[in-house]
Design a protein around this ligand. Structure first.
Ligand code: ADP
Ligand code: MG
Length: 707
């Protein structure tokens, strides 16, 4: 995927020399050998010095506590000035070597296990005054420090820092290792010329980049660890700016390519609209007119449709695709999963066939020969509308004339992927659809390159979903209830818990549940999971959609997009293990027809406070935005949507919750920069290139003109 044709390095993509030191391998740092470097790379998520520099401390050791010996509290880190009184080497193996020290306020023992006598005698000669720092302990009624962290001769007290940062660590990497490596890494960090607007810096009283970085790694007291320090805000702003700038550059490049002007009220479009078994909601109409305006204009469309589950995005996409077809161009609809692609195929085919449009399905599951045939038909233009999965990204897929690319459930794909798909045509319009209710600030970070439309209402006649929290020990009663509902015609999704980050374990749980339900409900239960072969999956899904089975036991493969309007009951086992966003998606699978629907959230007792609050949120609202905001506060933004798989950017320093107020400023700043200096050629532009590299937003560098 990264091997896009435009990824070749041009002279525009040359990293400024001044950054070379921080782009060296981590193993050049003292204390990071070949063995540790793998662990450190894992810890900091990269292999360059820069990756370490963005590894911020989360706590500190305060050595400013300097009590009298008499008052020293056991358990605390303390620093004392003392005189060495006597050495008590212990001849017996396994017993420690002790050194007695004192000052006018009392005395204590320094304790060394496996001590080297010579070293101790050199460090702590009898009669000398030294400064020591370490954790004070009480032992047999006396105070002692086992292996002091620091011993400094008088005159060298500066060697004892007032405070030391504590970093997030991983197996095989101690705090000492990080601190030591960081010291050199910070020396490598160059003094860079300011890239930010002087007025902005002044208004916030922000330090320069290097100074901010030094402060980040030298917290002196607890307040320095807060998110709202000037230095952290500055670095967060930098990171937002790098993010927004790379999106703005991507957007500029796309827009510059130019788009094409489509005919928007042609025959296909009119006929399809007329053939719909329902009237569009106001919200759908509004969004459609925004899309129409984009498609009619000779500019490239880059639009995101955000609409809660069940708000009817698919039909909006289908109508938009008609405009491309009416103008003689092709259209593609891409879904993140095979099931979903197939489902789009099944929904759209009966609507399109009467108009003489035969959509085709392109997924990884086709045989080599089927694929070859299809590629040929796509390339010749014989196929007008393609529905598919990632397989559409393949280099071999070559469209005769791709007018519009629709990407469904975007949160599984990233910025660069959507650019890749749109680059399959000349000025291809791009329409992205997501059901993920992304809070506004986050939307800026992920979709800053797109215009956003929102479908703000659902089709009429939907009854609210009755959501109930059910303790696991009431499962029998619930099943009895299901029996009655099924007898009355209900269809049930039964989602099994995420046991671990392991598909195998998920599967076992799902299989066990399937057997139990089968023993109760007989052959009218089906099982679908990610490990199944495609055709087997299809068969079960079809059986469920057509009513051959009443209960579909599933791992989370059904999460995204599946539409079986007759299904009215959603059971989620160990629902507390799921993220709120995920629960919302899952629940959105029911309540799609006119019938009253239920969602049963099973949980094991006892339930923690946060878990309880999350489930109560689910019970009390169906509004995806409220749920997303709640999710963000309960989780502290960090991993709101499971960023890793979501295509949402992950920030190193910036915290969307704490620094969110800076994001719109960075966004405006980025837009202005790109408007005035789209190739970052000005003086400030050159500085900003450095910024992009520092945050490794350098993919964006490719969007700059060479030279
Ligand atoms: P989503 O936005 O979650 O992708 P879908 O596009 O799958 O939602 O639509 C959900 C269901 O609502 C489908 O069965 C669809 O046919 C139906 N639907 C869409 N628009 C309307 C409407 N305006 N009136 C009634 N039903 C609609
Ligand atoms: Mg959908």
């Amino acid at each position: 995927m990264t091997q896009a044709p435009h990824s070749r390095t041009s002279s525009a993509g040359q990293r400024p020399f001044i950054l070379d030191p921080v782009f060296r391998a981590l193993s050049v740092l003292p204390g990071i050998g070949p063995k540790t470097s793998t662990a450190v790379e894992r810890l900091v998520g990269g292999s360059r010095v820069m990756d370490l520099l963005w590894h911020a401390p989360i706590d500190l050791i305060d050595r400013s506590y300097m009590p009298s010996i008499a008052d020293a509290e056991p358990g605390r880190i303390a620093t004392f000035e003392v005189k060495v009184v006597a050495h008590m080497p212990n001849p017996k193996r396994g017993l420690p070597y002790k050194v007695k020290v004192e000052n006018e306020t009392g005395n204590l023992s320094l304790v060394f296990f496996h001590a080297h006598k010579d070293w101790i005698e050199k460090q702590l000669p009898v009669g000398k005054t030294v400064k020591i720092s370490g954790k004070v302990e009480g032992y047999q009624g006396r105070l002692q420090i086992v292996h002091p962290d620091y011993i400094a001769a008088s005159g060298e007290e500066k060697a004892i820092p007032k405070a030391e940062p504590i970093y997030p660590l991983t197996h095989g990497v101690s705090n000492k290792v990080v601190i030591k490596a960081m010291q050199t890494a910070l020396e490598f960090a160059p003094n860079l010329t300011e890239w930010n607007d002087a007025a902005l810096i002044k208004r916030h009283n922000w330090p320069a980049w290097k100074e901010a970085l030094l402060k980040l790694h030298h917290p002196e007291s607890a307040p320095d660890l807060e998110k709202d320090t000037a230095f952290r805000e500055r670095l967060a702003y930098d990171e937002f700016l790098a993010n927004q700038l790379s999106l703005a550059l991507a957007r500029h490049k796309q827009k510059k390519k130019g788009g094409r002007s489509f005919q928007i009220k042609g025959d296909y479009r009119t006929q399809l609209e007329r053939a719909l078994p329902f009237t569009l909601t106001n919200a759908q109409n509004v969004v459609l007119s925004e899309i129409d305006a984009d498609m009619a204009a000779p500019l490239k469309m880059m639009r995101l449709i955000q609409g809660d589950v069940g708000s009817g995005k698919t039909i909006v996409a289908a109508l938009s695709m008609m405009s491309a077809l009416d103008s003689g161009a092709q259209a593609a609809l891409m879904a993140p999963t095979e099931i979903l692609a197939r489902q789009h195929m099944e929904t759209l085919t009966p609507l399109l066939e009467p108009l003489g449009i035969q959509p085709v399905l392109l997924t990884g599951r086709l045989t080599a020969k089927e694929k070859r045939d299809l590629y040929a038909k796509i390339a010749s233009g014989q196929v007008r509308l393609v529905i598919g999965t990632h397989a559409l990204f393949q280099a071999k897929v070559d469209f005769a004339d791709l007018g519009v690319a629709v990407i469904d459930e975007q949160h599984r794909f990233g910025v660069h992927q959507r650019i890749l798909l749109s680059s399959k045509g000349q000025g291809t319009d791009v329409l992205v659809m997501t059901a993920t209710p992304i809070p506004r600030t986050l939307a800026l970070t992920a979709y800053g390159d797109m215009d956003v439309s929102r479908i703000t209402e659902k089709p009429p006649g939907r009854e609210p979903i009755d959501t109930r929290l059910i303790p696991a020990d009431k499962i029998e009663e619930m099943i009895a209830g299901l029996k009655r509902q099924i007898a009355a015609g209900a269809r049930v999704y039964w989602v099994c818990p995420l046991v671990e980050e392991s598909e195998v374990l998920d599967l076992t749980a799902a299989e066990e549940r399937f057997q139990v339900l089968e023993s109760i409900f007989g052959a009218r239960v089906g099982l679908v999971h990610g490990r199944m072969k495609g055709p087997d999956k299809d068969k079960v899904m079809d059986d469920f959609a057509s009513g051959n089975i009443d209960i579909l036991v599933a791992t989370t493969v059904i999460e995204v997009g599946v539409n079986v309007p007759e299904a009215t009951i959603m059971v989620i086992e160990e629902s507390n293990r799921f993220g709120l966003a995920q629960l919302h998606q899952l629940r959105g699978r029911v309540g799609r027809g006119g019938d009253k629907s239920y969602c049963f959230l099973l949980y094991k007792t006892p339930l923690g406070e946060t878990a309880k609050e999350r489930l109560l949120t689910m019970r009390d609202t169906e509004d995806g935005f409220i749920i997303a905001e709640k999710d963000m506060t309960l989780r502290g933004s960090g991993d709101i949507l499971g960023t890793k798989q979501s295509g949402m950017p992950e920030f190193q320093i910036a915290d969307v919750e704490a620094h969110g107020h800076l994001l719109p400023i960075a966004s405006d700043d980025a837009k202005l920069i790109v408007m005035n200096d789209p190739d970052l050629q000005s003086k400030r532009g050159k500085r900003l290139r450095e910024l992009l590299y520092l945050f490794q937003a350098d993919k964006a560098i490719r969007y700059l003109k060479a030279g």
